[in-house]
Ligand binder design. Structure first.
Ligand SMILES: [Zn+2]
Length: 315
């Protein structure tokens, strides 16, 4: 999950090659039965969202081939533009996640675009109030750690497309798909700097931008002499500085890739994401995986981001 304001904007081509559009409505010759197009109606994952979403109006669905099979994007006619962007971006987004995580995930996805807050809350199975800042969330059926999660879907809020624009939506898609790919080895209790930083690393890696463009609030803080002194805490991701917490978390992963090689990023994720860790636990895991302790990692990261923000300022 992440607020919508966190995604940097850039240009994107919205060409939906290989994407088929299916409108799900009653058709001729099938009185009393929804006349679904064959591909959409037969998609094995449509039933997971159909009943919930049909309560909010007629459905539009696009199928698109991704590395693991046919993926499905479902929404309503007035979100057709967002649905088109997501369907067009999906194959490349799946590949972008696989490039970092490896092929060990289904490499297909079910995406849903909500038409209003109630539908969004229902699709993400919210049990309490949903922040209007939340742009998207990925959810799964309950599962035992180590087993393959079922029922994974990425749900986009009604405002996500309007607030983020096409490229922001594509970045958000890669972020959420990273959560989907890594779900089987991920505990919700794991440190947020690991979970969200990894998702943002994969999201931005596919379209690299300057440090200051990817982490504008962090850059501003560093230039003002008000940069971080430690890794972001879980509370930081829910507080008023949540935007900077995400940027800090991304920058930790970018530092790891730059310093220890990109393979260290998913490797460390697998070790750190499995459960709750206090700083001592993080220290032991980092020493085992990278050969440096937490204090060394933080010092190295702080120096790296200081240099990056300074280099950006000098240009
Ligand atoms: Zn997230």
């Amino acid at each position: 999950m992440r607020p919508p304001t966190l995604v940097a904007a850039a240009l994107v081509l919205l060409l939906g090659a290989g994407v088929a559009l299916f409108t799900l409505r009653s058709g001729p010759g099938e009185p009393g039965e929804p006349g679904l197009s064959a591909a959409a109606a037969a998609h094995p994952r449509l039933p997971e969202v159909r009943r919930t979403m049909e309560a909010f109006g007629p459905l539009v669905a696009r199928t698109t081939p991704t590395a693991g099979g046919e993926s499905l994007v479902v929404g309503h006619p007035d979100r057709a533009a967002d649905i088109a962007v997501l369907a067009a971006e999906l194959p490349a987004a799946v590949d972008a996640v696989t490039a970092v995580w490896g092929p060990g995930w289904p490499r297909t996805a079910l995406l849903a675009v909500a038409d209003g807050p109630a539908e969004f809350a229902g699709l993400i199975r919210a049990t309490g109030p949903v922040s209007p800042e939340l742009a998207a969330a990925s959810v799964a059926d309950p599962f035992r750690p180590g087993s393959t999660p079922t029922g994974q879907r990425v749900v986009f809020s009604p405002d996500a497309g309007r607030r983020l624009g096409p490229d922001g939506l594509a970045t958000l898609l890669r972020h959420e798909l990273t959560h989907v790919a890594a779900r089987a080895v991920t505990s919700d209790a794991a440190p947020q700097w690991v979970l969200e930083g990894f998702a943002d690393y994969t999201a931005h890696r596919a379209r690299p931008a300057a440090f200051a463009a990817t982490a504008p609030t962090l850059t501003a803080a560093l230039r003002a002499g008000a940069g971080p002194t430690d890794l972001p805490t879980d509370a930081d991701f829910r507080g008023p500085d949540a935007v900077q917490a995400y940027e800090r978390a991304w920058s930790v992963q970018a530092y790891l890739a730059d310093t220890f090689g990109e393979q260290a990023v998913p490797r460390l994720y697998r070790r750190l994401a499995a459960g709750q860790l206090d700083p001592a636990g993080e220290d032991a895991a980092l020493r085992a995986e990278l050969g440096v302790g937490r204090a060394e990692l933080v010092a190295g990261w702080l120096g790296w981001i200081a240099a990056r923000s300074g280099a950006a300022a000098a240009r």
